[in-house]
Ligand binder design. Structure first.
Ligand code: PEP
Length: 229
């Protein structure tokens, strides 16, 4: 199983260091085949040793240059970062990242050999139209994306389930993962209100290869409990 923690705009450099110290200890008890990823905010990126990988939540597709407010390859390389989250719905919806921009970012970091955790997900009005509409929407989020890329992990995150406390149902997750796996044969995570109470049920679903966790990942003890569940 893959367990990924997306801190979003939470935690500082200091609190991330404390978090990692707690997590590191807890991870001694994890199954060797389980993989853990932590995506702290950019200001908290650092070189941490342990049985987990640190990734960036975002970066601009450039080595360096005049892109005010952004970080590029040079800033990530300083901390040995080679994992990146791309396509998160908050970047698509709240920050206006178009599919074209997402794909451009994907191509650049793929060419740099980055491991990419690529997010897709539909809004509620599409979910309410039924499975066919959902799949059409989700597959469009692969436009310009090399789904054969060897270092690709996909996260299916229905937008209406993110940060709402309302996870998708087992049936919704199972049927969407099954349908996605007909197109993309990559590790497929589910994300959207995953927490200690539903982790076992979600990770037991066929076609779920792991989880991407927001709110419930912010506490190291809580997230560790989920990994060790
Ligand atoms: C996320 O933003 O990737 C996420 C899954 O958030 P939450 O777990 O809070 O729904």
């Amino acid at each position: 199983m893959i367990f990924a923690a997306n801190f979003k705009t939470n935690h500082t450099r200091a609190s991330t260091a404390k978090y990692i110290a707690v997590l590191k200890e807890k991870l001694h008890a994890k199954k060797p085949e389980d993989r853990v990823y932590i995506f702290p905010p950019a200001t908290a990126l650092d070189q941490y040793e342990g049985d987990f990988k640190i990734g960036a939540q975002n970066a601009y597709p450039t080595q360096n240059g005049a892109f005010t407010g952004e970080i590029g390859l040079e800033q990530l390389e300083e901390f040995g970062i080679n994992t990146l989250l791309i396509g998160h719905s908050e970047r698509r919806e709240k920050l206006g990242e178009s599919q074209e921009k997402v794909a451009q970012k994907f191509r650049f970091f793929k060419d740099q050999g980055y491991e990419i955790l690529y997010c897709i997900g539909e809004p509620l009005e599409i979910r309410e139209k039924g499975n066919e509409a959902v799949m059409e929407y989700l597959l469009a989020q692969f436009d310009g994306i090399d789904i054969g890329y060897e270092k690709l992990i996909i996260a299916y995150e229905p937008i209406w389930a993110i940060g709402t406390g309302r996870s998708a149902t087992v049936e919704e997750i199972a049927s969407t993962h099954e349908a996605l796996k007909q197109t993309v044969q990559k590790p497929l995570l589910y994300g959207g209100s995953v927490n200690p109470a539903n982790i076992k049920e979600i990770t037991a679903i066929r076609g779920v290869d792991g989880v991407l966790v927001g709110s419930a990942s912010l506490d190291a003890e809580k997230f560790s409990t989920m990994i060790l569940a």
